[in-house]
Design a binder for this molecule. Structure first.
Ligand code: SAM
Ligand code: DTB
Ligand code: SF4
Length: 336
């Protein structure tokens, strides 16, 4: 199915309840609507990044108070992964404030991946742009997912980032796929982009072949000192629409409510889960900014009757088994 910014924007324009109903229906066709997947995030290399991403507190170009720390040791990261596992996470994501990994750093990260895999956790890494051959090294170490976001539409991208272009990102995503890794790719909204840009981002994500298995949708965390510190806030219902349209256009992907949850009410998050979000980052810090406490999330999930998926793959396999035993295909609905 071909998606263009124009056809995706038409979905945004549907009456709110119609859009929500349609997105929820698509969601139920592909997932158990009572299931939610939890990932834990750890910043393994914080701050001092040479890139100029206008939203990011870790760029060394902006005065945000984030310090330039060294890459953590394998022991420190494995200890954090053990704590995450004890807290019920099944996927452990490691983020590094790099343009991309240097070979020496990559060697340490591959050691981390192998050790964390050995704990029985799924692994994800977000290390920036990958050079030829680096994705293969990550795959050999046992990495499951690589996160690399397109962030916004191709048209708006140059307003936010100048040190790497859209094609650089697509090249990295191609390398990740070629190495056989699963792709986690999404973007940020609330950066002052237009609805057409939000539609353009979703059209790009949906046109990746195959589409990403995980799609993080970040709501900008406006960090003082970054160029986007005073970006206009996004209307909450427009955020819900974004999640609904992402669900419709990426029916089989895990849509993750990512950065920005700390500022969201329970009711707004609930609408997002109804619209098709079925994953979150758990734990009280994302990379450098606050996130709801695990106990707060658990209370919300309990109130909504959501249960934590054992593993994203297990949940998808269970749904596929359920469909197979019903003897029917699912057919995608709605996305133009
Ligand atoms: N340095 C690597 C890179 O850029 O690919 C990996 C880490 S980077 C922090 C991962 C993602 O975090 C970015 O692509 C962006 O989507 C998201 N992000 C960063 N700062 C954010 C903010 N202030 N609000 C929301 N999302 C943010
Ligand atoms: C993603 O899309 N969002 C996460 C994860 N991938 C690495 C990171 C959000 C970072 C928010 C800003 C911060 O905490 O520094
Ligand atoms: Fe660096 Fe990633 Fe932040 Fe961009 S988003 S400044 S590449 S850490």
């Amino acid at each position: 199915m071909t998606h263009t910014a124009e056809t995706v924007e038409a979905l945004f324009e549907r009456p709110f309840f119609e859009l929500l109903w349609e997105a929820h229906s698509v969601h139920r066709q592909h997932f158990d609507p009572a299931d939610i997947q939890i990932s834990t995030l750890l910043s393994i290399k914080t701050g001092g990044c040479p890139e100029d991403c206008g939203y990011c507190p870790q760029s060394r170009r902006y005065h945000t108070g984030v310090t330039d720390d060294a890459l953590l040791s394998v022991d420190e990261v494995v200890a954090a992964a053990k704590r995450a596992k004890a807290n019920g996470a099944d996927r452990f994501c490691m983020g590094a404030a790099w343009r991309g990994p240097k070979e020496r750093d990559l060697a340490r990260v591959t050691e981390m991946i192998t050790a964390i895999r050995g704990l029985g956790l799924e692994t994800c890494a977000t290390l920036g742009l990958l050079q030829d051959g680096q994705a293969e090294k990550l795959a050999e170490a046992g990495l499951d997912y690589y996160n690399h976001n397109l962030d916004t539409s191709p048209e708006f991208y140059g307003d936010i980032i100048r040190t790497r272009d859209y094609d650089d990102r697509l090249t990295t995503l191609g390398r990740v796929r070629k190495a056989g890794l699963k792709v986690c790719c999404g973007g940020i909204v609330g950066m002052g982009e237009s609805r057409r840009d939000r539609a353009g981002l979703i059209a790009q994500l949906a046109s990746l072949d195959p589409p990403p298995e995980s799609v993080p949708i970040n709501l900008l965390v406006r960090v003082p000192g970054t160029p986007l510190a005073d970006a206009p806030s996004l209307e909450p219902l427009e955020f819900v629409r974004t999640i609904a349209v992402a669900r419709m256009c990426l029916p089989k992907s895990r849509v993750r409510l990512s950065a920005g949850r700390q500022g969201m009410s329970d009711e707004l998050q609930t609408l997002c889960f109804f619209a098709g979000a079925n994953s979150v980052f758990a734990g009280d810090t994302l990379l450098t900014t606050p996130n709801p406490a695990l106990a707060t999330d658990r209370a919300l999930f309990a109130a909504l009757g959501l249960h934590v998926a054992k593993s994203s793959d297990a949940a998808e396999e269970a749904k596929a088994d359920q469909e197979a035993s019903r003897g029917g295909g699912t057919g995608q609905r709605g996305c133009a």
